[in-house]
Design a protein around this ligand. Sequence first.
Ligand SMILES: O=C[C@H](O)COP(=O)(O)O
Length: 260
Amino acid sequence: MALRRPMVAGNWKMNGSAQLALELFNKFATKLQDDSAEVVLCPPSIYLESVRQQLDANKDALNGCLVRMGAQNLSQHDFGAYTGEVSGQMLKDSGCRYVIIGHSERRRMYGETSDIVAEKFAAAQKHGLTPILCVGESGPAREARRTFEVIAEELDVVIEKNGTMAFDNAIIAYEPLWAVGTGKSATPEQAQEVHAFIRKRLSEVSPYIGENIRILYGGSVTPSNAADLFAQPDVDGGLIGGVSLNSTEFLSLCSIAMSA
Ligand SMILES: O=C[C@H](O)COP(=O)(O)O
């Protein structure tokens, strides 16, 4: 077993159905072998209950495998007049262990600033959820050689508000915006370079956190490029969008992570 257990997290985004949950668990129940990787499903909130039902129904078949549930977003507030929002406590009550924070689609389309992301990170931990914090640079930022600067800024705001030790209970996902949903993944070398940068930055404050935190890569991961990406020393699995909607391909990513 690697020092850090690989993780494959499926972010369904605004896709999927109760039927997809059923299909995935039918495959997990027969094909997942052991706990050498952790599998996380992040459906839209409305389908959390469907996934939870499948988790319960397949408990015996999944014995020894780690399949867990996450949400795609949460409110930074605990409760109140915030129409359409879902709180950390509600996600915890629904059976979530993880929550994706600061996905580029939320930063870009819903005006989530790094300060809001830092507040959501705190809210997740307050309610016993593990944040999966997304960071990543745009195409123009990469072309302008600002990748490390952007990643450092996104990380530092969360560190300033929450402290480095908060990363003892967190996952980071490096998702370059130019690779999300484009079919153009980062190369293994590009991913490794940024993952090593993130790990080093955290290690400077806490070598323990740096060594133990899991850093996932996200952006056009498929069964054909996953083995090379997951084999990089600082890549601990993937945050998967499109392919998480295809039960056969998603399972194949899980198997690749299990043997990484
Ligand atoms: O959260 C997942 C990412 O945005 C990656 O999406 P993708 O695998 O469709 O590129």
